[in-house]
Design a protein around this ligand. Structure first.
Ligand code: 5GP
Ligand code: ZN
Length: 105
């Protein structure tokens, strides 16, 4: 856990954020400022600042599996996934996350 990381605090339960889905090493919650009718964020529980710092291949697989499983759980068949990596690419929160963007089911 990184003490000044907002997503670590969310994952640690400090804001009572509802988790839409959770696995051993990942968590999914709603984006606070949704840019689509459904806007979820898939995060590793461990503090990894961006995709550039992700080295654990099992965790890479688990993150994508989580995307598949949470979208299936909520019945979302069509969706976009975005990962912003680095400030110039629009990354604002430096705790790795995969955006899931979709319309209503
Ligand atoms: P980035 O631009 O880093 O890829 O995306 C960061 C996302 O995190 C943004 O879409 C923003 O709305 C979301 N976000 C920022 N702070 C919070 C927060 O405290 N709670 C939640 N649920 N989402 C947040
Ligand atoms: Zn973090």
């Amino acid at each position: 856990m990184s003490e000044d990381c907002i997503f670590c605090k969310i994952i640690n339960g400090e804001f009572n954020t509802e988790f839409v889905y959770e696995t051993e090493n990942t968590v999914v919650f709603k984006d606070i400022n949704p840019k689509a009718p459904i806007h979820l964020l898939v995060c590793p529980k461990a503090h990894i600042s961006s995709l550039n710092e992700l080295e654990d291949k099992a965790l890479m697989a688990e993150l994508l599996q989580t995307v598949k499983d949470v979208t299936k759980k909520i019945g979302l068949k069509s969706y976009q996934t975005h990962i912003n990596t680095g400030k110039e690419a629009g990354q604002v929160v430096f705790h790795l996350h995969i955006h899931i963007l979709g319309k209503e089911n």
